[in-house]
Design a protein around this ligand. Structure first.
Ligand code: HEM
Ligand SMILES: *[C@@H]1O[C@H](CO)[C@@H](O)[C@H](O)[C@H]1NC(C)=O
Ligand SMILES: *[C@@H]1O[C@H](CO)[C@@H](O)[C@H](O)[C@H]1NC(C)=O
Ligand SMILES: *[C@@H]1O[C@H](CO)[C@@H](O)[C@H](O)[C@H]1NC(C)=O
Ligand SMILES: *[C@@H]1O[C@H](CO)[C@@H](O)[C@H](O)[C@H]1NC(C)=O
Length: 253
């Protein structure tokens, strides 16, 4: 190979690596890695913002990772993490300080029916991505119809209606659907969460390609152009987004 070709080749590989500098390339989990029903946390582990094995995770790690990757404000996830310790669901050797991602699969303590990408526990698995659960949601969101520029974004309205349809289907097919306090508390909140996580402030919507990567592959969509957002994500913004999604879905707030 001549020098010019070699230079071009190294430039090309540099360009490919650029958006994921700093050891934050995507690597799918191996058979001994711990993963959760949460696409947001799994993606952080798949990109090395959290330990890639998904084990012995503490609050500080999550607080830092959520700031570094998604620009959530410090403290945003303190209540969510505290649920793990309050409900004693950690299986680590320091169960009041750390947990494994798989510990979050505990149904009706922190995991609820009607998830968008995972099946209900009634069907045997509430933790792994389930293509048959996600497919109708993805179809309602129009994720694979992105030809015209105007079609490239998920709006609050489309997200709300896709989630409403998912809840109706889940209740219809699961004879033991548990409309617990927890489930009602999560209702539309996790939809607001993926929208806010992937929100493009210039477009006032979330790019479909980004939603597809995070929700469908537990992957941060760097290769689809996602960069760490400039505007910090606050608890006020998630409250507002949740109110907006619920209003669009015609649900009470
Ligand atoms: C770091 C940023 C985070 C993002 C972007 C995020 C996002 C999401 C989304 C979009 C879902 C809904 C998935 C679905 O319906 O299929 C979800 C579910 C879940 N998340 Fe997270 N999350 C984050 C952090 C956390 C933290 C800190 C915890 C607790 C320690 C947590 C625990 C869960 C659990 C248990 C579920 C399953 C709930 C259910 O059954 O539907 N998440 N998350
Ligand atoms: C969790 O464990 C603590 C300490 O052992 C206990 O006080 C608390 O009641 C437990 N919480 C639940 C929800 O079981
Ligand atoms: C966890 O428990 C140990 C021993 O029981 C205690 O020393 C430590 O302070 C506790 N940590 C938290 C965060 O409660
Ligand atoms: C529904 O969830 C609650 C917790 O929110 C739990 O106590 C109850 O056992 C669950 N019911 C069924 C039928 O699973
Ligand atoms: C949230 O909504 C309130 C009421 O509409 C509004 O005053 C406030 O500016 C919003 N905050 C953010 C961060 O968007």
């Amino acid at each position: 190979m001549n020098l010019r070709a070699l230079t071009l080749l190294s430039l090309a590989s540099l360009a490919l690596a650029l958006p994921e500098l700093g050891g934050h390339d995507f690597r799918a989990p191996g058979p001994f890695d711990s993963r959760s029903p949460c696409p947001g946390l799994n993606a952080l582990a798949n990109h090395g913002y959290l330990p890639r094995d998904g084990k012995n995770i503490d609050y500080e790690m999550i607080n830092q990772a959520a700031q570094d990757a998604y620009n959530f404000e410090s403290g945003f996830y303190v209540d969510a993490v505290n649920m793990v310790f309050l409900f004693n669901i950690s299986t680590t050797t320091r169960p009041n300080e750390t947990f494994h991602l798989f510990d979050l699969a505990r149904h009706d303590t922190i995991e609820a029916d009607g998830s968008l990408t995972r099946n209900d526990i009634y069907f045997g698995d509430d933790v792994h991505f389930d293509a048959t659960v996600w497919a109708p949601v993805a179809r309602d969101l129009g994720l694979d119809h992105r030809d015209r520029p105007a079609d490239r974004f998920v709006t609050v309205e489309t997200a709300a209606s896709a989630t409403r349809n998912r809840y109706a289907l889940a209740k219809h097919v699961n004879p033991q659907f548990n409309a617990s306090m927890l489930q009602q508390q999560f209702e539309y909140g996790t939809t607001a969460l993926y929208l806010l996580t992937l929100w493009d402030d210039d477009q006032n919507a979330a790019p479909k390609a980004w939603v597809k990567a995070l929700m469908g592959e537990d992957r941060i969509p760097f290769q689809e152009g996602f960069t760490r957002p400039k505007v910090v994500k606050t608890s006020e913004r998630i409250q507002n987004m949740t109110v907006a999604v619920r209003a669009a879905a015609g649900a009470g707030s």
